[in-house]
Design a protein. Structure first.
Length: 172
């Protein structure tokens, strides 16, 4: 596949058993009113969201994760949000999902959109190999995403709303 092609297929979005992002809706302005499903990541605690995925059509060049998000209360300015993502490979007959796994996160700091209700599309990059848990084409994996509220760059008050159903996993 070519650079930029979508290669990650999300089969399910699952909150972890604890410290999870809460489901919510962004309400549209049309008649009848739309409701856009999001997950809330607060400014005062680190919460997570897991995506169960499969890598399909991957050619080996690394991955980019694009977690689209909006701000619940603060628009524009320099008060950034720090998004982190990690990959857990579920290799054939090699990964015991019942044992603990250490997630190694890559991240990006992103300024909120210029207005409430707008969406930002930051990119988190993974290089091929151990940076993405040596994930290979055709394998299942867990993509774990969180807001690192303790990071020096994360200073936005209010919830960061992840548009989880629009998250994209592409080849670099």
């Amino acid at each position: 596949m070519a650079s930029g092609d979508v290669v990650g297929i999300i089969s399910q979005i699952i909150p972890p058993q604890s410290s999870f992002a809460t489901p919510d809706f962004v309400v549209g302005g049309s008649t009848p009113v739309e409701e856009f499903p999001v997950y809330d990541f607060p400014a005062d605690s680190s919460v997570y969201l897991d995506f169960i995925c499969t890598l399909q059509g991957y050619g080996g060049g690394g991955l980019t994760i694009t977690p689209p998000w909006s701000a619940s209360a603060t628009a524009g300015g320099s008060n950034q949000v720090r998004w982190e993502a990690a990959i857990r490979r579920i290799a054939d007959d090699a990964e015991d999902v019942n044992t603990a796994h250490t997630y190694d996160f890559n991240g990006v700091s992103d300024s909120p959109p210029s207005a409430i209700g707008e969406i930002s599309y930051p990119t988190i990059t993974f290089t091929d190999g151990v940076d993405m848990d040596s994930l290979a084409d055709g394998e299942a994996f867990v993509l774990r995403v969180y807001r690192d509220h303790d990071h020096a760059d994360d200073a936005m008050s209010g919830d960061a709303e992840l548009w989880a159903y629009n998250l994209v996993i592409a080849e670099t």
